[in-house]
Design a binder for this molecule. Structure first.
Ligand SMILES: Nc1nc2c(c(=O)[nH]1)N[C@H]1C(S)=C(S)[C@@H](COP(=O)(O)O)O[C@H]1N2
Ligand SMILES: [Mo]
Length: 199
């Protein structure tokens, strides 16, 4: 059983579960506001610098799960494609291109923003956005698009799947009660902003 399943992490696929996905021939197309758009194959992705960060995925439905997420810093992708100066948002597209969401480039460039493929040393399964997903611990979980197939570098903002349905465009984490999945789902209190620890 996956570590995330053991922690009772909910599995969200608003557009429908994609079924089984192949890691080896996975690729991510990067397009838009950059000098070197192109396709990153799985090998291309693994040739970039990798990183492991401790962080929380925190849902607007008020649960949070912490662990070590491993992947490629989004800043490395932005650097590899030579992002243009007028680029302001990075837009993720999930498998089947029904689910999308965008984050400001400043947040993509933060140290813990990753394209992540593992949690606590276990590769992410399709349930949790494998082979590779966005991990953006600074914002509500709906910004962490799962099973990413494309990244669009945008000069302007467009609301994504959940943003069009009423979730905030900024995705800023708001204070309030939250279930800590690492502590049996106990309800604790979180302040505004990235959830670093519970009170
Ligand atoms: N493609 C896709 N990505 C998605 C979602 C989704 O429904 N589809 N849900 C988002 C929401 S609201 C949250 S909180 C997290 C949950 O991640 P998990 O399903 O791995 O627990 O994924 C985000 N990424
Ligand atoms: Mo969520």
């Amino acid at each position: 059983m996956h570590k995330l399943t053991k922690l009772n992490t909910p599995i969200f696929w608003a557009e429908g579960h994609p079924g089984s996905l192949k890691r080896e021939n996975w690729q991510i197309e990067v397009s838009g506001s950059c000098e070197k758009p192109g396709i990153f194959t799985w090998e291309n992705l693994l040739a970039l610098p990798q990183k492991e960060v401790k962080g929380r995925l925190t849902s607007v439905t008020r649960w949070s799960v912490e662990g070590f997420w491993q992947g490629i810093p989004l800043s490395e992708i932005l650097q590899a494609v030579a992002v243009k100066e007028n680029c302001r948002y990075i837009r993720f597209w999930s498998i089947n291109k029904i689910y999308d969401t965008s984050i400001p480039i400043e947040i993509a460039n933060k140290e813990k923003s990753l394209l992540a493929y593992s949690f606590d040393g276990e590769l992410l399964t399709e349930d949790y956005g494998g082979p590779i997903r966005a991990f953006i611990p600074y914002l509500w979980g709906y910004k962490s698009a799962k099973s990413v197939v494309a990244i669009e570098l945008m000069d302007y903002y467009v609301p994504g799947f959940w943003e069009k349905r009423g979730y905030t465009d900024s995705g800023e984490i708001e204070a309030g009660p939250c279930r800590d999945l690492n502590d049996g789902g106990k309800i604790k209190y979180i302040p505004d902003g990235e959830v670093l620890k519970f009170n």
